[in-house]
Design a protein around this ligand. Structure first.
Ligand SMILES: Cc1cn([C@H]2C[C@H](O)[C@@H](COP(=O)(O)OP(=O)(O)O[C@H]3O[C@H](C)C(=O)[C@H](O)[C@H]3O)O2)c(=O)[nH]c1=O
Length: 186
């Protein structure tokens, strides 16, 4: 019995998942990761890391981050508390949707997760206070292989839903896409 319903998006390879939610008088249960069900959409390695982030304020943006080979990674992004606007940007140079972005609301209420394959940048904006996120990664964190792009890069023209309330200094200083930028070759 599948725990996930897998949905395609406007970008090839980028999928979102609706997780089966088992509610009862005690509360609820749902599966956050399933190797058997995710293999069919491209997650072929064991989970290398599971990360948790907490954001206090509505309007906070984190991102756009990605790792380059040999630490390029698949990510499964889940909002377990509050709600976010989650964005993935296609950085695969041969893709017909190169530099296009896809956005989706993930929340504790809608039980949706975003599967982000290698070759995508990721970022999100919180739509509520007190947001908690769980990330499953197929590769370990490697600061030397972590890159980023500006959340307000005019070449991407990402539509963030709210005024920005918090953005780390690091994210403020990420580069915009230069003429020599060639995306992520996997
Ligand atoms: C990603 C990561 C970070 N860190 C350390 C590095 C910093 O000292 C501290 C905070 O890192 P950062 O400011 O990069 O955290 P976020 O801005 O939330 O970044 C995350 O959010 C965006 C939206 C993502 O997609 C990534 O999963 C991740 O980059 O945790 C670790 O120790 N391990 C890790 O795997």
């Amino acid at each position: 019995m599948n725990a996930f319903t897998i949905h395609s998006t406007s970008i090839d390879g980028l999928k979102y998942i609706t997780r089966k939610h088992h509610g009862d008088s005690r509360g609820s249960f749902s599966r956050l990761f399933c190797a058997a069900e995710l293999t069919e959409i491209g997650w072929t390695k064991p989970v290398a890391q599971i990360n948790h982030s907490y954001s206090k304020h509505r309007g906070t943006i984190r991102g756009l981050h990605y790792q380059i080979p040999p630490y390029a990674e698949d990510k499964l992004v889940t909002c377990i508390k509050g709600a976010i606007w989650d964005v993935a940007v296609d950085l695969r140079p041969a893709s017909t949707t190169y530099l296009q972005w896809f956005g989706i609301e993930l929340s504790e209420e809608n039980h949706q997760s975003l599967y982000i394959p290698k070759g995508f940048a990721h970022g999100f904006q919180t739509l509520s206070n007190e947001v908690e996120m769980i990330y499953c990664h197929s590769a370990p964190y490697s600061p030397k292989h972590e890159c980023g792009l500006r959340i307000d890069d005019p070449k991407l023209a990402i539509q963030w839903p709210l005024e920005i309330s918090q953005l780390s200094e690091r994210d403020q200083n990420l580069p915009v896409i230069s003429p020599s930028f060639n995306g992520v070759s996997l």
